[in-house]
Write a protein that binds this ligand. Sequence first.
Ligand code: MLT
Length: 266
Amino acid sequence: MIANLDGRSLAWDDTGMGPALVFLHGFPHDRTLWSAQLAALARQARCVAPDLAGFGESAPLPPGTASMDAYADDVARLLDHLAIDRATVCGLSMGGYVAFAFLRRHADRVEGLVLSDTRAGADDDAGRARRRELVALARREGAAAVTEAMLPGMLGKSTRARAPQAEERLRAMGAAASVDGLVAALQAMMARPDSTPTLPAVRVPTLVVVGDEDALTPPKQAEMLRDGIAGSRLEVIAGAGHVPCLERPAAFNLVLGEFMARLATA
Ligand code: MLT
C-alpha cells in the first residue's frame, strides 16, 4: 500500500490477522527486509511493515526535520491510519533506535517490544565521523555506494559462505533509497539520544535478538539490552550476522513466533 499521510507518501505492507506487529527496518534497508517474517507470522499476527521515510517507496522527510522522533511519529500516524491502537514493535538496528523513540513518545501504544541487532547507546565521536563520511559519499556517489560501504558489516561470515544471494537482496534495498533519505537518516542517527535511560522504563514484554556473528552490534550490545530491560529475554541466532531475519529467517521466525504466542497468553 502507498498512501499520502499528512502530505507525504508512505508505503507499507499489511498482512495477516491477530494482534498487531509492526516491523521497522534498519539502514539502508526497506520493508522487504521482513518478507520472510510477514509470510510466516501472518498466521498469528497482523503484520505491518512500513518503509521508513526516504527508504523503499516512502518519500523522505522534509529537509532538516529528520530525527528518530520523526520516524516514530510516522509509525504512530500509520497506526492511526490503520485504526491500530496498540502494537508489538519489532525494530532492527536503526529500526531499534526508532522503536526506542516510539516508546518514549507513544508508550501507551506499545504492547510488546522486539529489539534485533541494535544498541541503546548514542554514537561516539568515531561513529559520528563515520556518518559524516557516509553523508559525503552519498552526495558524491549516490545510494549504491553507501550500500557497498555498509555491506561488509551486514552479513555474518556463515551467510557470506552459504547464501551469497542475501547480499543481492541488501543491494536492492539500498538502491531503492533516495540520497536525501539516506542523508537524513545518517544525520538523524548521528543526533540520536542515548536510549540507555529508556531501558529501565520499558514495562512491556521484550525479546532481544542478535546474530552471533553480528560485527556491527555484537552480542555484547544485546546482553546490555537484556540486562537493562527487566524481564526481557535474549535469543542468539547462530550463524547470522547483523540481519538475522534475512540470514536465518526460520530461526528468527521461530523465536519471534514463540514470543508472540507467549504475549497472546500473558
Ligand atoms: C542499521 O543496520 O540500521 C545500521 O547498522 C545502524 C547504524 O548504522 O547505527
